[in-house]
Design a protein around this ligand. Structure first.
Ligand SMILES: Nc1nc2c(ncn2[C@@H]2O[C@H](COP(=O)(O)OP(=O)(O)O)[C@@H](O)[C@H]2O)c(=O)[nH]1
Ligand SMILES: [Mg+2]
Length: 414
């Protein structure tokens, strides 16, 4: 009898062990050290590749911020799949998990581009159950006609094509997310600390503004001075555009408005001398910021570039290490011309960033991508109108959200 009971118990245990072993072990996320071992592709979230993952996949010359915080997408558990897994068709129902950002004002300022360039791109993918590679050709047309630029358009579409061939972009949502990720990646150029607001780490901090006539240099100085005053910084302005009396007067109006001294020379004075005097005065007065305005005529002729170089050098003579910022102002409505100008200025002087004005006046906002990608310089501010409050610090993720974000998501986020 005891023997029979023992035999039954042994049989039950053996059967249990058999079923336990025969079952597939549950899938588990790899631990951190294991993850390193996995091929890169398995590490990438399927729906919205993070900037970091993208950048790792496509090694480019683009410098990455040193202390880059992981994006929420990167922090979310990656959909790690064994390499043999079937190609992932991304479910269209899955809403992208990104933090809600209040980009209402930005979205309004970018309304022209949202209704133009972005609406055209979206129309190409909307309602498509299957993404046909021919779509990429139509996207190319839209991007080229929206000032993204040839080189940048081909780089973006080349990467999308690669992912399409690997069946990573199963539906319209996946394509849209991939496009957003590409945009964020391109726009996030520059060392950390070189993005965002002007640096005020030195006292005084000297900001030299350069750019061709009419792009918005003087207006932008007025806007930046307003912002600085609002955060209790003391400001001085230098009227380096000595060719036009109107330019000096324009700066004086801003100076009065924000409560800043304006240093000016006689008509047609040497701009270098004005910049030197202003830098010396800014030092003596102990102001936080000095904005130096410059002339923007004759940009295609050597003399203007020589003059800008000279102004920059003179500022450095008056204060070692200055100017702390040399910002190039570009008018977004001038499209490819802006890129040509930028290349010339970049060659003449070391630029620390770009300010892109008049984005409110163009439906072709693709210029932002073209500028960042071809110049490898960060956009620091964007101008979305003529008022002081229409100048915004450029944040790539907010910008992409405002431009690419769906209206219904936008409404939900408000
Ligand atoms: N719509 C719009 N107009 C702007 C913007 N920034 C500057 N402007 C206008 O562009 C024109 C030229 O600006 P100005 O500062 O004189 O250019 P500068 O010659 O480079 O100094 C002015 O009428 C400004 O009001 C902007 O972001 N949006
Ligand atoms: Mg001016």
């Amino acid at each position: 009898m005891t023997l029979v009971i023992i035999l039954i118990v042994v049989a039950v245990i053996a059967a249990g062990a058999y079923f336990a072993l025969a079952r597939k072990p549950p899938e588990r996320l790899p631990t951190a050290p294991e993850r390193k071992e996995l091929p890169e592709r398995a590490e990438k979230p399927a729906a919205a590749p993070s900037k970091r993952a993208e950048a790792e996949r496509v090694p480019s010359a683009r410098p990455k911020p040193v202390e880059e915080a992981p994006t929420p997408e990167a922090e979310a558990a990656p959909t790690a799949k064994p390499p043999s897994a079937a190609p992932a068709a991304i479910p269209s129902a899955a809403p992208p998990s990104r933090p809600k950002r209040d980009v209402t004002a930005l979205r309004k300022g970018l309304a022209a581009s949202r209704g133009g360039f972005i609406a055209k791109l979206r129309a190409l993918v909307t309602g498509k159950k299957e993404i046909d590679p021919a779509i990429l050709e139509q996207m190319e047309e839209v991007m080229l006609s929206s000032d993204v630029g040839v080189q940048t358009t081909h780089a973006i579409l080349g990467r999308l094509k690669e992912r399409l061939e690997k069946h990573e972009l199963g539906d319209e949502n996946a394509v849209w997310e991939a496009l957003r990720a590409e945009a964020i990646d391109i726009l996030s150029v520059g060392e950390s600390g070189a993005v965002g607001a002007v640096r005020t780490t030195s006292k005084p901090s000297i900001v030299l503004m350069v750019g061709v006539n009419g792009v918005g240099k003087t207006t932008t100085i007025g806007k930046l001075a307003t912002r600085a005053r609002e955060s209790n910084k003391t400001v001085m302005l230098a009227a380096g555009d000595t060719f036009r009396a109107a330019a000096v007067q324009q700066l004086e109006v801003w100076g009065k408005r924000v409560g800043a001294d304006v240093v000016k020379g006689n008509p047609n004075a040497d701009p270098g001398a004005v910049a030197f005097e202003a830098t010396t005065k800014a030092k003596e007065a102990g102001v936080d910021l000095l904005f130096v305005d410059t002339a923007g005529r004759l940009h295609t002729k050597t003399p203007l570039m020589d003059e800008i170089k000279k102004v920059k050098k003179t500022i450095g003579k008056a204060l070692e290490g200055a100017p702390h910022e040399t910002l190039l102002v570009l008018d977004a409505t001038t499209g490819q011309n802006a890129l040509t100008q930028a290349a010339q200025f970049k060659e003449a002087v070391d630029l620390t960033g770009i300010i892109l004005t008049k984005l409110d006046g163009t439906a072709k906002g693709g210029i932002v991508l073209g500028v960042c990608d071809s110049l490898k310089l960060p956009v620091r501010y964007i101008g979305l109108g003529e008022r002081a409050e229409d100048l915004r610090v450029f944040e790539p993720e907010d910008f992409v959200e405002a431009l690419f974000g769906r209206e219904e998501e936008a409404v939900a986020a408000e």
